[in-house]
Design a protein around this ligand. Structure first.
Ligand code: GLU
Length: 457
């Protein structure tokens, strides 16, 4: 069977690097197994879901290099969920409940005070037909709960019922269905909670592996029961640890910080985000990985740690720098052109400056320095001006290449006796206006004799 995975965000905000971890775990898993990747928008909450967020999520995934084979919206599939609800009702596995949140809370507290597990006691199952009709006559509509198969014949006599699965990430897992409440699948207003649509889609779309955050481990117990109630074989499951900031805080879609969009806008490379999102909290050390193929080769879901993956956002810039420093001209070319960096000398320019950049966009500043001269010009002391006068009077003859710098500075050593920093810093300041930057041996041929002459202080 073709491995089929899905990434299922709710389009209620921007996705962040933690969501990218889930998307990439699925993407890499599919890649390794030659499988299919479904993007499923969990947008049954029509009030909070927004098309603009769905569009942005799609853009973010493409930017990361995740290209879904299929995209589906749950909001277009209500008929399918309604059919599943009808089946469950017919089988007596979905039952109506009328409790208000306050009533549930009160009962929960009573159970806790009696040292009973705070689960729903199925009181609604005790209502007679007349009770139900009376509630309905009051104009109240029920919410609907799924009757978990955690009893032999009497639903009020629950028994330990283990649901087990071999988690792709966490290894053998056990959840006891007697330790949880019958999940609400349909709200009073007829809207769906996440559980049922997710299971129905996983069945209908042929999902073979559900890979998601470990905040869903308990859900999985109830969902496996629901797969079985709908006469379907459950898929395999994998639950990865969640990303948290160094202080242990979780990431939120609402905060906007560390959203994929904000990282892209900030000039962070997609592979820097992907490298960190995938490798943090695993047996692999975090390193800047240059391609998705290389990342797939390092990806082993079973080697993921079970505790939260703490990460430092500053690491993104370190990884970014490492990627830019080795980025080939071929890989940078189109983006440089968009920034106005092109022509015959663009490649030599890129190779000269990439080692000094944290972000690709910073190449523009150096392009200006090379083509328009230093802005502002550097302050130069009187002694250095005298030295520079000698230097500019002794520019080597053309043609200029990578050796020109050595020829020039060797001659200046002989002429002035200067060496080391005293020799090269005034030259660097005069040529670039800054104390730091690309190797002058690489810059000189780009400036040419004329361009260099024009920088005479
Ligand atoms: N929309 C759900 C979430 O974002 C999907 C969970 C799942 O993958 O099943 O938590």
């Amino acid at each position: 069977m073709t491995v089929t995975v899905r990434f299922a965000p709710s389009p209620t905000g921007h996705i962040h690097i933690g969501n990218a971890r889930t998307a990439l775990f699925n993407w890499l898993y599919a890649k390794i197994h030659d499988g299919r990747f479904i993007l499923r928008f969990d947008d049954t909450d029509t009030a909070r879901s927004k098309q603009e967020y769905a569009d942005q999520i799609q853009k973010d995934l493409h930017w990361l290099g995740v290209m879904p084979d299929v995209t589906v919206h749950q909001s277009a599939r209500f008929d399918t969920y309604d059919a599943a609800v009808a089946r469950l009702k017919d089988a007596g596995l979905l039952y109506p409940c009328w409790e208000t949140p306050e009533e549930l809370d009160r009962r929960r507290k009573i159970r806790l005070s009696r040292k009973l597990p705070p689960v729903y006691g199925r009181e609604a199952l005790k209502l007679s037909e007349a009770d139900r009709q009376a509630l309905e006559a009051e104009g109240r509509t029920p919410h609907w709960r799924f009757l978990l198969p955690n009893f032999a014949s009497d639903p009020f006599d629950t028994q330990r019922t283990e649901i087990q699965w071999d988690d792709v990430v966490r290894g053998p897992q056990t959840v006891d269905l007697a330790s949880m409440s019958d999940p609400v699948l349909v709200r009073e207003d007829g809207s769906y909670l996440y559980t049922l649509p997710s299971v129905v889609d996983d069945i209908e779309l042929g999902v073979t592996h559900v890979i998601r955050g470990d905040d869903h481990v308990t859900n999985t117990g109830a969902q496996i029961a629901l797969f079985r109630a709908l006469a379907a074989e459950p898929p395999a499951f994998g639950h990865h640890n969640l990303l948290t900031t160094a202080s242990g805080e979780g990431l939120s879609k609402r905060s906007g910080a560390l959203s994929i969009k904000s990282l892209a806008d900030d000039g962070i490379e997609p592979m820097a985000v992907a490298s960190l999102a995938v490798l943090i909290g695993t047996a692999e050390s975090v390193a800047a990985v240059r391609s998705m193929d290389e990342l797939a080769a390092r990806f082993d879901p079973a080697a993921t740690s079970k505790s939260a993956a703490k990460f430092d956002p500053a690491e993104l810039l370190t990884l970014n720098r490492a990627l830019i420093h080795v980025m080939t001209f071929e890989d940078a070319k189109d983006r440089l052109e968009e920034l106005g960096i092109g022509g015959d000398r663009a490649e030599a320019f890129w190779l000269a400056v990439r080692g000094n950049l944290e972000r690709l966009g910073e190449a523009v500043e150096w392009w200006k320095v090379v083509h328009e001269g230093p802005e502002p010009r550097a302050e130069i002391s009187i002694e250095d001006r005298e030295f520079l006068a000698v230097a500019f009077d002794n520019l080597p003859a053309e043609p200029w290449d990578r050796m020109t710098w050595k020829v020039w500075t060797d001659r200046l050593k002989d002429l002035t006796g200067r060496k080391g920093k005293a020799l090269f810093m005034p030259l660097r300041l005069a040529l670039t206006g800054r104390e730091q930057g690309p190797e002058l041996a690489d810059l000189l041929p780009l400036l040419g004799r004329e361009g260099t002459e024009a920088r005479r202080p």
